[in-house]
Design a binder for this molecule. Sequence first.
Ligand SMILES: [Zn+2]
Length: 371
Amino acid sequence: MASGRAVSPVLLALAGVIAVFAVALGARFIIGRDAPKMETVVEREAPVIAPASPIKAPPPKVAEAPPPPPPVREVEPAPAPVPAPPPQVTEAPAPVPVPAPPPPPALTPKPVVAMLPPPVAPLEPPKVGPGSPLWKKNALPFRAPPGKPAIAIVIDDMGVDRKRSNRTVSLPAPLTLAWLPYAHELPAQARAARAAGHELMLHLPMEPSGSADPGPQALRVSLDKGEILRRTKAALDSFDGYVGVNNHMGSRFTADSAAMAPVLGEIARRGLLWLDSRTTAKSAGLTLAREFQMPFAGRDIFLDNEMTVPAVRSQLAKTEQVARKQGYAIAIGHPHDATIDALASWMPEVQKRGFVLVPVSAVVRAHHTGG
Ligand SMILES: [Zn+2]
């Protein structure tokens, strides 16, 4: 019984020890399971973080790749202008070494040329073809600028007083100069006048109402139609290059419609214009010109019935008034000193006041083409 009692405490102790071990083992077993779970989680995160950095690197590289292309396009235009300046710089120094002044003038004309185109166009002269009438072929290549009052100055009786005729030719162009058919060396005088830029006319002598002498071979109402036509043709053939005809004197002859008809008929047949000097209000010239449907015009002002500079200046002022009112004016003067002196100072002034000086053909073309 004692041994039983002795064994039992040992067994109890062993059992206790076993129990303790058992508990310890159980606890370790349980703890061991939790521990590995924690470690494995940590290890998984670690490797994930490590590869994350290399993965992040490539994406930025891809992002950087696309942006470059657009900036390249913007850069392309830039390089183009850059090479341009160098050649200019090299050209500039080249001319500089020899003459310093030359280079600047070469640079200034370039911008001026760019601004020239507009003003050139409006003054293009009217076109003349082989089928054009003679008055257009012989007209000055002149077209009046639109919107300005035009003044045609006609000087009659040209060619007889050589000294004053030459003074008249020396006046600024364009004048319209009407030559007497009996002037000495008429073709040469007329050619010189045309070369100086003036327009030409034939100044045809006709019978006046008074006792004044119209000159040799003048047209008279007493002549038969054949002689009137013969004298007319002879006068028309005395020179060439003129645009038309106006009458010298003729206050009696121009008032006779029957006498005037063959004269204007021949002028029209040759393709020339008629300028009626209006030495009489009864002139049949304009009425006949309309009937013949030929180009014509009529005188508005006589400049030198009184041969003093102030008187001529006064008539020139009246000419300006007419031009402002009807858009144009035709004034007739003569190669007198007073007339020439007055014109010499007036011609530059009138253009500054906005008038344009034109040959008589420009007035006829614009206002009296006569159908
Ligand atoms: Zn005359």
